[in-house]
Ligand binder design. Structure first.
Ligand code: ITT
Length: 198
């Protein structure tokens, strides 16, 4: 079983990624590495933030690690909240307040198109790699469902009728931004391991 640090303070992400990777991996938490402070995320792009989080952990632990940075890009809001998705309404990670502000800013807008974008930054044997996953969809008028987290209750993926928060977690993982990025990451790791075992 491969041991790797997942540089996140978001327990929901940890749960989703652990479920997707299964028992090939043992995901090590930040707490287990003795990192209890908030990791800085002040780059202007999602990819920049993912790399910043992974580098922060790698510099302190020397361990193989990866980080996920995710943003919700709404066309009618010029791509906002985007890289600022976690701190859209407040300085904290207030999912409720973020969602309310988003719905308020979307009042009266007929163009509801949006996408979730995830970038996973991996540092493996000291080398950096990035994997992206995107899912297109639209912003609803009202929140619906209580699965998932963040903006899940107001996002319906393309081709679906339910929000991510109304779906079973397995369904969300099968089609989501994070699911796509994690599968790319896992495919890469499998090839990498096969090559280094040769
Ligand atoms: P980290 O510790 O991993 O940084 P975070 O919650 O700060 O956790 P991000 O910086 O990637 O994560 O912030 C993205 C925000 O976007 C997050 O707080 C959620 O509100 C939202 N978000 C991320 N993934 C989501 C998902 O799968 N569904 C709905 N909302 C999501």
């Amino acid at each position: 079983m491969r041991k790797i640090v997942f540089a996140t303070n978001n327990a929901h992400k940890m749960e989703e990624v652990a479920a997707m990777l299964g028992n090939e991996y043992r995901l090590v938490t930040l707490r287990e590495c003795g990192i209890t402070e908030e990791i800085p995320e002040n780059e202007p792009t999602i990819e920049g933030n993912a790399l910043q989080k992974a580098r922060y952990v790698h510099e302190r632990t020397g361990a193989d690690c990866f980080a996920d940075d995710t943003g919700l890009e709404v066309d009618a809001l010029g791509g906002a909240p985007g890289v600022h998705s976690a701190r859209y309404a407040t300085d904290g990670h207030d999912f409720e307040a973020n969602m309310r502000l988003l719905l308020r800013n979307m009042e009266g807008k007929s163009d509801r198109r949006a996408r979730f974008r995830t970038v996973i930054a991996l540092i493996l044997d000291g080398e950096e790699y990035v994997f992206e996953g995107v899912v297109e969809g639209r912003i609803t008028e009202q929140p619906a469902g209580d699965h998932g987290f963040g903006y899940d209750p107001v996002f319906v993926p393309e081709g679906e009728t339910e929000t991510f928060a109304e779906m079973a977690p397995e369904r969300k993982n099968a089609i989501s931004h994070r699911g796509r990025a994690v599968r790319r990451f896992a495919d890469f790791m499998r090839l990498y391991d096969a090559r280094t075992e040769e």
